[in-house]
Design a protein around this ligand. Structure first.
Ligand SMILES: [Zn+2]
Length: 132
């Protein structure tokens, strides 16, 4: 059974079937709406389609998620690059690791916010009539 007429679907549509994919595609984790950004890095207060409040829980978990994304990127890059270039590891491996450590938190924070929103959407769903 689908959602009643005029009511948006309960789950992300099409290619945004999971929280991680919806976040990576920068879409609302509940309805899949893409017009949720005020700018590239600034998430709107609510989804214009399903009215999900993105700021309902603050962003502490997003900072934690963002930190782990950055750690995994830097460690993954460093381990792979060192393993592929041993015994003569070029200095650029370290330079790229530093660039990742500085740039990844800035670039990944918007995605981390959507991952947090999606996780909390399932863990503590809002009582606004969307959930069944
Ligand atoms: Zn939405």
């Amino acid at each position: 059974m689908g959602a009643p007429r005029g009511e948006p679907p309960l789950r992300p549509r099409g290619r945004t079937g999971s929280v991680g994919i919806a976040a990576a595609l920068r879409r609302c984790p509940r309805c899949g709406e893409h017009r949720i950004w005020r700018s590239w890095a600034t998430l709107g207060a609510t989804c214009p389609r399903c009215a999900l409040d993105f700021d309902r829980h603050g962003w502490v978990a997003a900072v934690w998620i963002n930190t782990w994304i950055t750690i995994l990127l830097v460690m993954g890059w460093t381990i792979a690059a060192v393993a592929m270039t041993l015994p003569d590891v070029p200095w650029t491996v370290g330079a790229v690791a530093v660039a990742l450590a500085v740039g990844a938190p800035v670039l990944c924070l918007p995605v981390a916010k959507l991952i947090q929103t999606g996780i909390l959407l399932r863990w503590d769903p809002p009582r606004d009539g969307w959930q069944r």
